[in-house]
Design a protein around this ligand. Sequence first.
Ligand SMILES: [Ca+2]
Ligand SMILES: [Ca+2]
Length: 555
Amino acid sequence: MRKHLAVCPHQGLDKSKTDVVSCNKMKLRLFILLLCGNACLSGSQTLTATRVLPLAYQPGNTLQISLDIEVDETNLPDGVIVTEYIPSGWNLLSASPEASRFLPANGEIKWEFHQKISDTALDITYVVQVPLGETGARQFQGKVRWIDVASMQYETTISGDQFTSDGQPVFYNLQFTGDNNQTLNPNALPVDEPFRIKADYASPDGTSQASSQWQVIGPQEKLIYSVKVESGDLTCCWVGAGILKPQTDYIIKGRASDTQNRISDYVQIQITTVPQDQTKDKDGDGIPDNQKPSPEDLIYYGYNSESNLPENTRIISFNNKAILVENPDGYPLTYFSGIEVNSPDFFTPYGVFLTRIEGITEGETVNLRFIFPEVLPAGCHWYKYDENKPEGQKWQEFPGARITGNMAIISLADGGAGDADGVANGIIVDPSGPVIPRNTGSSGPCFIATVAFGSPLAREVQILRVFRDRILASCRIGLLFIRWYYRHGPAAARYLMGRPLLKLLVRLCLYPVVGMAGLILTGWWPALLLELPLLIVWKKLRSGKKRSLSLLLER
Ligand SMILES: [Ca+2]
Ligand SMILES: [Ca+2]
């Protein structure tokens, strides 16, 4: 059962003298509570405050808001102060109980209850006047402070509804999560791994969300990142690694549109990225610590030390291989990193590279030249990787790429094709790399064989693929093997690349398998008997072979 609290200064004082004395005491304690500001303890367990706010307002009309305050009956407060902030320019018309004060300048309404709360429920309702011509989403915020019998002071924010709108959709409550869904602190966001910004969507008239638009604004109001999300999860956007700089303040803004092309107001938050020494690139050279090139890697590309590398050149050691990237026009590369991205649809022999070029003319088209330690396998295409696209659309073949031998040259336009920050701002962010699409065959390439024989089109690879599709895929054990192979094959194939001796060994091991597969496919079953002794020998040697193989792999 709920009833309203009797409030001493505004609802009429009790006449008895003792009550007046105790009320004065309360006043004094509340005055101290007012003075102590943010020093209050958080006490959300003993008191909860929830706002009920209509989702839509009409310009020029009135709007009724209620605040439901619930108190733990075993710990009834000795005094309560409720502070509410209404949108600027809006006017308070009435309140029940009557408000202690209203400051139109900042929209602050205050209720002071100078008496022990006698009930577990304390409800406030108030009516505001919406100005004529008001549009967009408007926010309400508030807090409750109280003291208990022991004069301990507590504070909690008013939860529940925060936004009301003139009928436009509303986007609110920005939150940040990392790659593995952990909540991130907006005052300490990482720069070397992608994070996700998420906001809630609501529409006063029930229309669905059609898109969200996001912006990151850096120092000097420079637009750093702009993206429109129109498919997949419309309430969130990814900010990829390499887009933000360490120890920098940014403003992140998001807004949503509905199916009737109406757009919400921007909701925004200030964020700060973590300082350099807490990220994975301690020396700040744009290469993550764990991808630092070894002295041998540097010598391989003709540099005797890291300090000799010009600004437009970076070398990383990624997936056990050293890869060089450079901008032939001399523009500085301020970030170069390898990203491990696994896909059921692609084999990424080298992973994906994230490169940032800075200092170019806004809107300019520039080239990036990648050099690999070996000729890229036949069937390799250059793909862009876009974190903001839903599954199945994250990979897009990039037409502005030319692969010849061990080199790939890609052509990127600031703010256009190939630039992941989506803005002509003198910075190009490029996550892309060489991939072998699965659709080169009926159900994908045999990764290890492709790498060992140098091409998915090699005759041996074709035989193995047909054998897999016709024979292995038709029985349960075969299917189990295929599943196991697709889980571990890509990593093994990646390891093989750049190791010619190991490739030769794998080829030698695969020849009898290819021969057997060929015989089975051409109907020469009896010939299997010839392979039987080989199988027995293989089984006997298996334990020993495992050990010698691992020794070989450790080389
Ligand atoms: Ca580094
Ligand atoms: Ca750009």
